[in-house]
Design a protein around this ligand. Structure first.
Ligand code: FES
Length: 152
């Protein structure tokens, strides 16, 4: 979808900002926002560029740097923290060979932290793209990564 087509989907109102940014991000290979995207969004919804930049840097779903084809987001909010998110992180580091905030050399995965995914009942949890993977054990982490590596 083109950036113009994305803009046409949203009313010129501040309430549309987050959804608009999300879709603009999707127009770029590497799932990130270019400076021109922030300017487009600010003009479209009628907010100062500084407010748009604040939103982009506050929410972990947005990135200003290119990311991998699959985004792995490990929840580190209290339920997941207590339930073993750090063990899952160790396994993710091993399985991917990168640390948080990094992208695998093949461009396939980016590893990030996130706040609560709304899946506390299956903590510890992570999200791979739009899929929640819960009750994480080292085996489940390895299986999920292997599945996405093989094309899901
Ligand atoms: S605290 Fe991790 S999903 Fe809610």
């Amino acid at each position: 979808m083109t950036k113009e087509a994305v803009l046409a989907r949203y009313p010129p109102a501040p309430e549309a900002l987050l959804a608009l940014l999300h879709d603009l991000q999707g127009t770029n290979p590497g799932q990130y926002l270019l400076p021109e995207d922030l300017e487009l969004a600010a003009r479209h919804v009628g907010l100062p560029l500084s407010r748009v930049r604040d939103a982009v840097t506050f929410y972990s779903m947005f990135s200003l740097r290119p990311r991998g084809r699959h985004i792995v987001r490990l929840c580190v909010s209290p339920h997941c923290h207590v339930a073993g998110a750090w063990s899952a992180l160790d396994e993710l580091r091993r399985a991917l060979g990168v640390d948080v905030g990094e992208t695998t050399p093949d461009g396939l995965f980016t590893l990030e932290f996130t706040s609560c995914l709304g899946a506390c009942g299956v903590a510890p949890a992570m999200m791979v793209d739009d899929e929640v993977v819960g009750n994480l054990t080292p085996e489940k982490v390895r299986a999920a990564i292997a599945r996405y590596r093989e094309g899901r």
